[in-house]
Design a protein around this ligand. Sequence first.
Ligand code: C2E
Ligand code: MG
Ligand code: MG
Length: 345
Amino acid sequence: RRSGDEYVLVVREVPTPQAVLLAADRIQQAVRDPFNLQHGNELLITTSVGIAVFPDHATDAGALLRNADVALARSKQRGQGLVTVFDSKMLDAARDRLELEKDLRDALGSGGLSLHYQPKYWIRGKKRLVGCEALLRWTHPTKGSISPARFIPVAEESGLIVPIGAWVLSEACRQRKRWADTKVDVGRVSVNVSALQFARTDFAGSVTRAMRPSGIDPSWLEIELTESAVMSDVDRAAERLESLRKLGVKVSVDDFGTGYSSLAYLTRLPVDVLKIDRSFVRDLDAADERGREAKALAGGIAYLGHALGLEVIAEGVETEGQLSSLRALDCDAIQGYLYGKPLAP
Ligand code: C2E
Ligand code: MG
Ligand code: MG
């Protein structure tokens, strides 16, 4: 046993590399059997495996272990219960990732992160600004601007998303206060919160702490969560969302329609807004079957949202055609390049 839940297995005199895979498979099979706990509870454990072979992948114990570790990390990244054999290309990828993580940590400490804000408009009646979404931006000292699609996953895997998320929350509150002080009415500011951050024991507490210094009205703040963040443990999520509601903070379900929401659960979760995912909006303009399907989906989400008393907003709206479809489908609000890109405060 190497540490915590990590074990090392030395398989000697392997006739063929396939034999190692066979050993990994047997371990996985053995662990896969459920453990029966008291009161009829079952515990299921999956095993992730990383393999490095002597002398192909390294010729000393230290390097072999390190390379098996790299392969293991890749297994965990790809999902649960997977087996990965080391490949030297992984080393470059792992090095890049490690460097990115280190630079991101530095950026958080040295003011290298900033927020841009994308306007949201109410489209019932006269077009009206009702809020904006805070979106994280990172300008790397030598590599220039790095996309959230690239660094958010690194932040999540390293746990850095927790301090970064805390910074985003307080910075968005500070900015909302500055706008209020200068009589600029931007409506609610929404902040994306990752599943990891939301799952922390005292999430509502961290939101309160973020709001306190700026003293903003809690109803000016909205939290955007993805379906997977709220659906993985519905009971816990419902409690957490209830605490946010008590604070007076609004909650929206981001990228709605892409995850695996159980519609029945939706009725039990105290949320305020459904955000129709960009992928449906994109296809609204299509003249073929895709367009018809996208309309059915977006219209269905709007209908469902309204039936549950929620607000419905569409994201990624780029064309007048998409806008008029969304109006026809009874959508309340939109966000997208058509009306405004994410901008500095
Ligand atoms: P998201 O929350 O779904 O944000 C919407 C993304 O769509 C943003 O990308 C935005 O710039 C982009 N977008 C807006 N309008 C349009 C449009 O009309 N067309 C197209 N093609 N794209 C549009 P961005 O800023 O690159 O952020 C990507 C994702 O990164 C966000 O998706 C969110 O999941 C995550 N993210 C951003 N900031 C934060 C943050 O502070 N914390 C966390 N946890 N995640 C964040
Ligand atoms: Mg969002
Ligand atoms: Mg989204």
